[in-house]
Design a protein around this ligand. Structure first.
Ligand SMILES: [Zn+2]
Length: 191
């Protein structure tokens, strides 16, 4: 039996605050799309060097259930993100428009333990702990942060190096090590 055929499909509101409490424990699937401006995403706003009209992210979410042999069907969420943010170019130290486009797939699991035990080597999908008041806005914000380039730069030849900018390969390596986005995210989640 294909469970999706019998489950109601619920339309997600595009209102940012409505995305903070989604019931992922209910026997229903979701779809929705909207636009989040930089100010809707406070942690992203901290990273932005400036905000120009139109900056922000179109998002699209679809969930469905997939049969999984020997256990309950798994709830899968696909998230698409497309948008623009301004960051400091690490060559010239001026504003630089960065376009992002990401598609992510998640599997919703019941507990933290299940999420911790989820194989890290699975690059196709990541676990999220389902709840009745799931903060989808926070998940979208996490994914935007993870998608930001470690070293934002204008296209090659577009700008001149600033006297104090990191230029050589060695210092770029150091920067990359220090600013690993997974560490940034971990630290943010702790706070
Ligand atoms: Zn530049």
């Amino acid at each position: 039996m294909n469970r999706n055929q019998v489950l109601p499909q619920v339309q997600l509101s595009s209102e940012p605050s409505a995305l903070k409490r989604i019931d992922f424990c209910a026997p229903q699937s979701y779809q929705g799309a909207g636009f989040l401006s930089i100010s809707d995403l406070p942690r992203v706003a901290e990273e932005a060097s400036s905000v120009v009209a139109g900056d922000g992210f179109d998002w699209e979410v679809m969930t469905h259930f997939e049969d999984s042999p020997g256990s309950e069907p798994q709830q899968i969420m696909n998230l698409g993100l497309k948008g623009r943010i301004h960051l400091i170019c690490q060559r010239c130290l001026q504003d630089c428009a960065v376009d992002l486009e990401e598609n992510r797939r998640f599997v919703l699991v019941a507990t933290e333990e299940e999420a911790d035990a989820y194989p890290l080597e699975d690059e196709e999908q990541e676990p999220l702990v389902a709840s009745q008041q799931f903060n989808l806005l926070e998940t979208i914000e996490d994914e935007v942060l993870l998608s930001l380039p470690l070293i934002p730069k204008h296209p090659e030849g577009f700008c001149e190096p600033h006297a104090t900018a990191f230029g050589d390969e060695e210092s770029e390596g150091e920067l990359e090590e220090r600013e690993n986005p997974f560490n940034i995210l971990k630290n943010m989640k702790k706070n």
